[in-house]
Write a protein that binds this ligand. Structure first.
Ligand SMILES: [Zn+2]
Length: 203
């Protein structure tokens, strides 16, 4: 890959992550980015009140101190103001891909190359981001699924499955985000039926 291509790939990756961060923030998650290691790219957190059984912000109390009003951040639920909040964490492996032209009109081919290829438990998710990087418009489609859901479209029982170097999933996607791949071996309908914009999976 030329260095211009590598730069372009890096920019697309950062763009996808930035858009994802903004969406997660809108949904009330705090987004923490990994510094050095790959695998888990984002850790996201929310506060949960076990008493109210709802997500909550930290209750901010105001106190008069030496004649002025001071802000005091607590670890208490902002609804009931009495219960200690619990931190809910999710771990995301984020993969951004820019579509390549295909012979099928405006359908493009996106390839995803996940580094984690096994069930990592309930809290670890993939976010695959397909970017249509047109001159004027950049469109992002998000596919969100738990690591265990890979078994819905791939054969995780293959001996070679966890040899990650050559494992790639290529999806044909139209500009509306619909996955058009109808694999002879694997069924990708879960991308449209379940994974597309599935931010609820994180809740
Ligand atoms: Zn509460």
């Amino acid at each position: 890959m030329s260095s211009a291509d590598e730069t372009k790939k890096l920019v697309i990756g950062l763009y996808g992550e930035m858009r994802l961060s903004m969406m997660l923030h809108e949904l009330g998650w705090q987004v923490h980015r990994a510094y050095i290691d790959e695998g888990i790219d984002f850790t996201i957190t929310k506060y949960w009140c076990p008493q109210c059984k709802t997500y909550s912000n930290q209750y901010i109390r105001y106190r008069n101190y030496k004649g002025s009003r001071k802000k005091c951040v607590t670890n208490l639920c902002e609804h009931c103001k009495t219960t200690q909040l619990q931190v809910v964490s999710r771990y995301l492996q984020v993969k951004t891909s820019e579509g390549k032209e295909t012979s099928r009109g405006d359908v493009r081919a996106f390839s995803f190359h996940p580094k984690i290829r096994y069930d990592m438990g309930d809290d670890v998710f993939y976010v695959w981001i397909a970017v249509f990087n047109d001159k004027i418009d950049k469109r992002c489609h998000f596919y969100i699924f738990n690591t265990k859901d890979v078994s819905k479209f791939d054969n995780i029982n293959l001996d070679a499955y966890q040899i990650t170097d050559n494992q790639k999933t290529t999806l044909l996607i139209d500009p509306s985000g619909e996955v058009k791949s109808s694999g002879r071996i694997y069924d990708y309908s879960c991308f449209n039926d379940i994974f597309y914009m599935n931010f609820d999976a994180l809740e």
